[in-house]
Design a binder for this molecule. Structure first.
Ligand code: ADP
Ligand code: MG
Length: 364
């Protein structure tokens, strides 16, 4: 592909464990990262995210496969000969050096002249919102500001590619959310490709052009945040990205008979095949109804009602004992009040919103 900044072909890496077993960190990974893209690697701890970043930066040597950066095969090249910078979770700033010295370190090593160096440091700090902090020491900055210095240091040389390994995970929630938006904005302005690692699905959905969901060293799905959420490729992606109600059972025409006896209707336009399938209905796709409705509905017993500010979360069970989660907008507090006593609710859904997950047909 012409437009790819990074291409991995059949990338594989295994590590021996102290117990004498072998852990597959990367299992035959093919991946194309587009130029100017914000791509996020999302997955649980231990799924291979850091190994994948290190393979690209050159800190991990592959057992098999090739890595191309900007159409050049860099598989055999050491880290310092790859056009890549990495921002780590711990900011890794030099404590005895000023913010300005930290930011300009790589340019100074490369012998950039003093005046130009000063200008480029000022410009890089301006880009991350830290104008005029050149003479401070890292410890005189907050955690969020230190992480911005690390970012300024990574972008100052205008690399083609910046790798970010959980750079926001040490920050508190409000600061993290503010930084998410800033980072995304900055990436678009700079036109540098970002590969960003996180185990936080909300962060991945917020920031990315595309998300690669990883489990056990394999890419489960690579798609836009909306498609990953609305059309998860398998049940792992459905449960890892967002809350989900999964009904596993048998498809028959437009109906799925779930193992707890619930009948789910679907009309999503997906070509459902008769046979084993799982229907996904997100908690916010259910809504409370009062009595009769033209839409398919379920009756549930409520176990818990939790108010989380923007909505209510209802936790209940179907007659067949399947756990169900429903999200009700906070504006419907009267409807929630009405079911608080009875502990019973009728919930409906639009069959067009049901997403089907089916195993690939044999021979496909
Ligand atoms: P993540 O960043 O997604 O949490 P990693 O890429 O760090 O996951 O690790 C993937 C798997 O490889 C884990 O099981 C981890 O224990 C193992 N692993 C990673 N690096 C090494 C190493 N240098 N030596 C041995 N095992 C490793
Ligand atoms: Mg990691």
């Amino acid at each position: 592909m012409q437009d790819s900044i990074v291409r991995l072909v059949g990338a594989a890496k295994a590590f021996p464990t102290p117990e004498g077993r072998v852990v597959t960190a990367l299992d035959d990974i093919d991946l194309d990262v587009r130029r100017n893209e914000f791509l996020t690697l999302l997955g649980p701890s231990g799924c291979g995210k850091t190994t994948l970043l290190h393979a690209i930066s050159g800190f991990v040597e592959l057992d098999a496969g090739r890595i191309l950066i900007d159409s050049e095969d860099v598989t055999e090249r050491p880290p310092y000969r790859r056009p890549v910078n990495t921002v780590f979770q711990s900011y890794a700033l030099f404590p005895h050096m000023t913010v300005g010295e930290n930011t300009g370190y790589a340019l100074e090593i490369a012998g950039v002249a003093r005046t130009e160096l000063r200008e480029r440091v000022a410009a890089a700090l301006r880009m991350v919102g830290l104008e005029g902090t050149e003479n401070r020491k890292p410890r005189q900055l907050s955690g969020g500001q230190q992480q911005r210095v690390a970012l300024a240091r990574a972008i100052i040389g205008r690399p083609k590619l910046v790798l970010l390994d959980e750079p926001l995970s040490a920050l508190d929630r409000n600061l993290r959310q503010a930084m998410q938006i800033e980072l995304k904005t900055l990436q678009h302005q700079l036109g540098i490709s970002f590969i960003f690692v996180t185990h936080d699905q909300e962060e991945a959905l917020t920031m990315s052009d595309r998300v690669a969901v990883l489990a056990s060293g394999r890419i489960q799905q690579l798609d836009t945040p909306r498609n990953v959420y609305d059309h998860p490729a398998n049940t792992f992606v459905a449960t890892f990205v967002g809350a989900s109600n999964l009904f596993e059972g048998e498809m028959r025409g437009e109906e799925l008979l779930a193992s707890d006896g619930t009948l789910i209707r679907h009309r999503s336009g997906q070509a459902g095949r008769n046979g084993p399938a799982t229907a996904l209905i997100r908690p916010e796709q259910f809504f409370l109804v009062d009595g009769d409705t033209a839409l398919p509905a379920l009756d549930i017993e409520l176990r818990q009602i939790v108010f989380v500010g923007s909505c209510f979360e209802l936790f209940g069970y179907t007659g067949g004992g399947r756990a169900i989660t429903v999200e009700v907008p906070a504006a419907r507090r009267e409807a929630v009040g009405a079911i608080e006593q009875s502990r019973k609710a009728r919930i409906a859904y639009d069959p067009a919103c049901v997403h089907l997950i089916q195993p690939a047909p044999a021979g496909a």
